[in-house]
Design a protein around this ligand. Structure first.
Ligand code: ADP
Ligand code: MG
Length: 199
């Protein structure tokens, strides 16, 4: 499937999730992510503030702050560049041109300092290819992070598609965490779930 079609199909799947089910899936993704993070040693973590139909990241951000991690979030500067800015508990957030909440802080964190990068996904496949919003912001950003940085995508399992035709500029993820599993390069372990993975 071409990326445009994938975005459309996943958009429909996202709309069909009932609020109570979403809450339940959010908790499963959160538990699986915590399990993954407990296996990693890291200090600086990049994450983002989720939109209503995305996996909820508020719970994740609160957890990271409680664990005394340095948290940074994306901020759009110079109209099309994404930088990482520090976010501390109780800091103000404001909406950018895409309606996404971003930190007010101008304190930039160099991408080289980021140990774990948590990114949004529209769709993914078993080879850890990612489809995003279609503007390539994360592809450009992920090229700047250090070699040691673990690139983690979070998604609902229904965002999995058979195959994504990746372009040269697309950056693959190291791990994908869903409500059903934690998918690693060439390896997967089943996370917290009560459903069979039929995909
Ligand atoms: P997304 O990753 O958001 O799903 P795409 O991978 O389809 O989106 O990329 C969208 C556009 O972003 C591309 O057509 C390209 O113009 C631009 N782009 C992405 N990555 C780069 C890059 N590293 N350098 C230059 N342009 C890029
Ligand atoms: Mg891309």
């Amino acid at each position: 499937m071409v990326k445009r079609k994938i975005r459309k199909v996943i958009g429909i799947r996202r709309k069909l999730v009932e609020p109570r089910r979403k809450l339940y899936l959010d908790i499963l993704v959160y538990r699986n992510l915590k399990k993954l993070l407990s296996t990693l040693e890291f200090q600086t973590v990049f994450t983002y503030m989720s939109l209503p139909y995305e996996v909820d990241t508020k719970r994740i951000i609160e957890y990271l702050i409680k664990k005394n991690k340095k948290v940074c979030m994306p901020k759009i500067v110079n109209s099309a560049e994404m930088v990482a800015c520090e976010y501390k508990k109780k800091d103000k957030l404001h909406r950018n041109k895409f309606g996404i909440l971003e930190p007010s802080s101008k304190q930039q964190i160099p991408p080289s300092q980021i140990d774990v990068c948590i990114v949004p996904i529209v769709a993914f496949d078993k080879d850890l290819n990612r489809v995003g919003f279609g503007k390539g912001y994360y592809d450009r950003f992920l090229k700047k992070v250090a070699q040691h940085c673990v690139k983690v995508g979070i998604a609902y399992h229904f965002q999995k598609v058979k195959r994504i035709k990746a372009n040269e500029h697309d950056v693959k993820l190291d791990v994908i965490v869903t409500d059903r599993l934690v998918l690693l390069q060439k390896n997967a372990y089943r996370g917290e779930c009560d459903e069979k993975d039929t995909t």
